[in-house]
Design a protein around this ligand. Structure first.
Ligand code: F6R
Length: 624
């Protein structure tokens, strides 16, 4: 949610900053802007809408003047104030010396704005961010009460202001008179540092600088970082030096590019076999399941008497599947809860509760706050995350990373299937620690998981028809999705993909619920997507769903059926049939989801929408 970039080095900063913003546009695309110090003043350009609008504006004014080698940039997902030119970042102080980009929400900004107005400083925009620009300028001028010693020192000025702000914020600040330095403050919103030869980068995500360096540094909560072309310093908000953790990014520029596809999402759908395989790799060592990071003892895992899974959106759908697997393998009770609801209803937690927090980005505010609530109640937290060193894994007791690589398309695809695999690893790790499965059974389950990437690759090869169907279904007003047991979360995920990509009304039901109300929605020609269980795996589920299909078919539904290869019983009731390979019941979601992702993307494309950047959305949601 909002992408920010800062650069000090030897290249033309405008090019570096714009390149970084291009790779961060998935975080928000309501507006974009840049600020670069130049001869004692700041060159600022900003435009509402996608980055392309800013680039067009820069072409209009001419880029020749933008020769500086430091600068900051921003791509916005609007919170305070509509997405207009006026509200686009960077925001400038009234003396024109300070420019600020911001990700997050400054919760006490009204109070701060009133304080500024009392001093005769009026805001130009509707944003919370602008207050920070004015305050930094005051502190730098030695005119902020209590921070007089920050005069002339940008780092001290940002630190003094950070102490005054409440809420979630990452601020990146440049000063017209100090072009060789950029200062940032970080609380609750992501910020990572990149180290090159004679150049240093700051960004919301390593993707912004991966073209130049894979050497990165994790920044923690409540830290102030100053970068110059020769390096960086980090302190806490009190000014005490703190050690930051360096790491190497394990993927490269090619992974962050489209690789010949029209959209990142289409590339990411195809990357699923690799994403699942990479997530599993290295987790079976000498016949035992191991986690990526474990700050819990085996005894802690044995003491667990209840599991909560918390997550949002697609990650929540993967969490629904964790419940099936963990309960089945460990006999532990598992509750799954939307992270945004969790802490508001006083859940029963104690030190023997394990909370599994699932988040692709590792920075979703709802999930982070749910995790913190759990920790306050002494529960243990295990994170499943796709982003190395993000806040959620940092604050957790144990971590499994989904090594899916960067996911740029705003709609989650490969991270969903990778999360399912990681959830199953959690189930197996618990079963192993608690002895509810023999070691050879754990190994057997793991090996079945390991064979899934091949089955997913098989599905991907047979999807020509799904693409054609997407075109046919594009004019529909609504689509329903049905599933039972592990097919139900798949149906929910299929409906979510369709809503977010094609802006089409889509709803998923547990098929057994149909007759309790939703069947009234069925009318002639209404497309209904049905996820069929295996006829061999859980025969009873299969026969129930077969009856449900007949019920909707009798009422005129146009059925799109995802069924196991060779399931002939369903053929007469399927207007469109997509065959998927036979796999064990718990693993079926990993293959059954793929056609639904493709159908949603194709419907969206047929409707003329950008599947990488659905309207109103951002990839990571750092506000509650
Ligand atoms: C949907 C989607 C969202 C995210 C949700 C959680 O395609 O991507 O529903 O799944 O916002 O995000 P993370 O996993 O980053 O916590």
């Amino acid at each position: 949610m909002c992408g920010i970039v800062g650069y000090v080095g030897h290249r033309v900063a405008l090019d570096v900053v714009l390149g970084g913003l291009r790779r961060l546009e998935y975080r928000g695309y309501d507006s974009a802007g840049v600020a670069l110090p130049s001869d004692g003043s700041l060159l600022i350009e900003r435009r509402a809408g996608a980055l392309a609008n800013l680039e067009a504006r820069l072409d209009e004014v001419g880029r020749d003047g933008f020769t500086g080698t430091s600068g900051i940039g921003h791509t916005r997902w609007a919170t305070h104030g509509p997405p207009t030119d006026r509200n686009a970042h960077p925001h400038r102080s009234s003396d024109g010396k300070v420019a600020v980009v911001h990700n997050g929400i400054i919760e006490n900004f009204l109070e701060l704005r009133a304080e500024l107005e009392a001093r005769g400083i009026w805001a130009e925009s509707d944003t919370d961010t602008e207050t920070a620009a004015h305050l930094v300028a005051l502190a730098h001028a030695g005119e902020l009460a209590g921070a007089e010693d920050a005069a002339g020192d940008l780092t001290a000025a940002v630190r003094a202001v950070a102490r005054r702000l409440e809420g979630a914020f990452t601020l990146v600040v440049t000063h017209a008179d100090d072009p060789d330095r950029i200062v940032a403050a970080r609380r609750n919103s992501p910020l990572v540092l990149g180290l090159g030869e004679g150049e240093t980068f700051l960004a919301s995500d390593v993707a912004a600088f991966i073209e130049f360096t894979r050497s990165a540094v994790e920044l923690g909560q409540d830290q102030i970082v100053t970068i110059t072309r020769d390096g960086y310093t980090v302190t806490d908000f009190a000014g005490e030096p703190v050690a930051a953790t360096p790491f190497q990014v394990t993927w490269d520029l090619a992974a962050a590019e489209k690789g010949g596809h029209d959209y990142f999402m289409l590339k990411e759908i195809e990357e699923q076999p690799g994403a699942i395989a990479n997530t599993l790799r290295g987790h079976l060592v000498d016949g035992r399941i191991v986690l990526d990071e474990q700050r819990l003892s085996d005894q802690d895992l044995r003491d667990v008497d209840k599991v909560f899974v918390v997550a949002c959106g697609t990650a929540y759908h993967s969490g629904l599947l964790a419940k099936y697997a963990i309960e089945h393998w460990t006999r532990l009770p598992v509750e799954i809860e939307l992270a945004s609801e969790f802490r508001y209803r006083d859940p029963v937690l104690d030190r023997s509760t394990l909370v599994v927090a699932i988040s692709q980005s590792g920075e979703t505010a709802d999930t982070l706050e749910a995790l913190r609530h759990a920790k306050d109640q002494k529960a243990r937290v295990l994170a499943i995350c796709n982003t190395n060193g993000a806040q959620i894994p940092r604050e957790s007791d144990a971590v499994i990373y989904t090594h899916a690589g960067p996911e740029i398309g705003v709609a989650a695809t490969k991270t969903f299937t990778a999360q399912i695999a990681a959830n199953y690893l959690v189930g197996l790790a618990l079963a192993q620690a608690r002895g509810t499965k023999y070691p050879d059974e754990v190994v057997r389950e793991f090996e079945q998981l390991e064979s899934i990437p091949e089955a997913v690759a098989e599905v991907l090869e047979s999807l020509g028809e799904a693409r054609a169907l997407g075109q046919e279904l594009a004019p529909s007003k609504a689509v329903l999705f049905l599933g039972r047991h592990v097919g139900y979360p798949v149906a929910l995920e299929g409906a979510l993909k369709l809503k977010e990509l094609a802006y089409m009304h889509a709803e998923a039901f547990a098929a057994g619920e149909l007759k309790h109300g939703p069947i009234a929605l069925i009318e002639d020609g209404l497309p209904v997507v049905v996820v069929m269980p295996s006829p061999k795996g859980r025969a009873v589920l299969h026969s129930k769903l077969l009856s449900n299909i007949q019920e909707i078919k009798a009422r005129g539904a146009r059925t799109v059926v995802i069924a196991e290869t060779g399931d002939e019983t369903v053929r007469p009731f399927a207007d469109h049939l997509f065959e998927i390979p036979a796999v064990p019941t718990l693993l079926q979601p990993l293959v059954a989801t793929i056609p639904l992702q493709v159908i949603a993307a194709e419907i969206a494309r047929a409707r003329g929408y950008d599947v990488d950047k659905p309207r109103n959305l951002a990839k990571s949601v750092t506000v509650e």
